[in-house]
Design a protein around this ligand. Structure first.
Ligand code: ZN
Length: 203
């Protein structure tokens, strides 16, 4: 494995091992994304069943990373200098990979819109749980909108051992809460296909 790919791979698996990822456990649009799902993806990356590669030609312009269902690969643009917002995109892409893997027993049929909602919420919960104040380039973009929605849930990793918002049962996001995120995804140039229905089968 080329050196850069190795760094990128370990950046993603170490992100998935962070305490903030333990808080990613939620239900939205009838789908659950749980910590164990992301743990499984981490394992599959370690096993080489899902690959992580640096190849900017495979990433849409302006994106940090992209998951390819065809290649079972998370493609990235750089192998260093990752901030919480970048690592949120790892969590985002791993959520896409998760829905793909869930198609192992029988095909997963879902709208691109719902896939993106789940992926943005997963990334946003990770950032919110980290307690950092992220700086998003566009306040109306899906990542910023998802963060605003997730922040209202008062998600925090237990650092002081005094109070903790527990994510042991999934955090519920209602369609009403998700409305601004839905609008942001529909308005984004990345998701002109938001209304498409995808069928995921693994492998
Ligand atoms: Zn996505």
């Amino acid at each position: 494995m080329p050196f850069q790919d190795g760094i990128f791979t370990s950046a993603i698996t170490s992100t998935l091992g962070e305490p903030a990822v333990m808080m990613v456990n939620f239900r939205a649009r009838g789908r659950v994304v749980g910590t164990m799902h992301l743990g499984m993806i981490s394992q599959m990356i370690t096993n080489g069943q899902i690959r992580c590669r640096i190849d900017p030609s495979k990433v849409r312009t302006g994106a940090v990373a992209d998951y390819s269902h065809e290649d079972k690969t998370i493609y990235g643009t750089k192998a260093e200098g990752f901030y919480a917002e970048d690592k949120a995109m790892f969590v985002h892409e791993c959520t896409h990979a998760m829905f793909h893997v869930l198609g192992f027993a029988r095909a997963v049929t879902m709208k691109v819109l719902d896939d993106e909602i789940a992926a943005y919420l997963a990334g946003a919960i990770y950032v919110a749980a980290n307690g950092v104040t992220p700086r998003y380039a566009d306040a109306r973009a899906p990542d910023a909108t998802a963060f605003t929605i997730a922040s209202r849930k008062r998600i925090a990793v237990n650092r002081t051992n005094t109070t903790q918002t527990n994510a042991s049962s999934p955090i519920d996001f209602s369609d009403a809460e998700l409305r601004p995120l839905i609008a942001a995804i529909q308005a984004s140039r990345f998701y002109r296909n938001w209304n498409n229905t995808e069928v995921y089968r693994w492998p």
